[in-house]
Design a protein around this ligand. Sequence first.
Ligand code: AQP
Length: 340
Amino acid sequence: MSFPSNRILSGIQPTGNLHLGNYLGAMKNWVAMQNDYECLFCIVDLHAITVWPDLGEIAQSSREVAAGMIASGIDPEQSALFIQSHVPAHAQLAWVFNCVARLGWLNRMTQFKDKAGKNKEKASSGLMVYPNLMAADILVYKASHVPTGEDQKQHLELARDIAQKFNVDTGKEVFPLPNPVIQGPGTRVMSLRDGQRKMSKSDTSDMTRINLTDTADEIADKIKRAKTDPEVLPDKATGLAERPEASNLINIYAALADRSVDDVVAEFAGQGFGAFKPKLAALAVSVLTPIASRMTELLADPAELDRLLARGADKANDIANPVLAEAYEAIGFSTTGIKR
Ligand code: AQP
């Protein structure tokens, strides 16, 4: 069985503001991969309701994410940019995977534990089976590669387990085993207030993250007030071990500047944060404020964004529907009435 060797699927939730972690851990890498891969980028609104959001805001948040992606460099003519719920095969295949994945596998997912917290009994069942939907997002396109941040690594391993079990159980090689692409210093951008926690949309404090829509003053202020330690910067990257906040700021600098951590450390060796932070702020402002301006322009024409997203959904449906039919066939469902 031959599978596509250079097809990418990746997604992002339309929940709250896009932030620097989403940009450096995901979107910036997606942009760089567009010329070498057939790319499908998905705004995962079905994932967004696993933690019930403000219902009136999902459509507009989806447009904002689409605008953020296009403003960051995703080309909707070249890549398929679409909303997950516009391609029903994601949810249909996810149901199949609910019946393939074992509860023991899902119980090991650390993101569920983090997000459900102490209130596990009150978490939605959707939050528990979120990784099965993510596996469907990827496998319904037979994607070969999934570029993502470090936080999604465990879910990707589960997607591979699901693909393998489905193939073994049905005796048909329907799904490939997708490969994670987790690379560069931006794969794990941490909170500006706590170097042990990831930068996240759902953090209650806005000072923990840099939003893509922040103004130059807000960016500079957040970096100025970012938590650090009293030491000067080391002359080798190994000197950042046990210094999570310093390490985070250096990683952010390296990822924004497209330089290696070693290179950045060598430049700032022996300097304190008083000297480093203004340089980081200037760099962040120079990269992020043009993205914010372009987002504002794109959001001024919601009908055009909706048109681009509908076109992306057409492209995605054309790939996903035959794969779903193939999976149904492998299970032994009657597929005579299914549209391909
Ligand atoms: N802090 C991060 N560092 C690097 N990459 C990150 N990503 C998210 N946070 C970081 C990557 O961004 C992509 C889309 O993520 P998402 O918005 O769909 O979901 P998430 O990972 O759950 O992001 P948040 O901000 O943490 O959202 P909430 O707070 O709602 O849970 C993924 O590729 C992810 O790896």
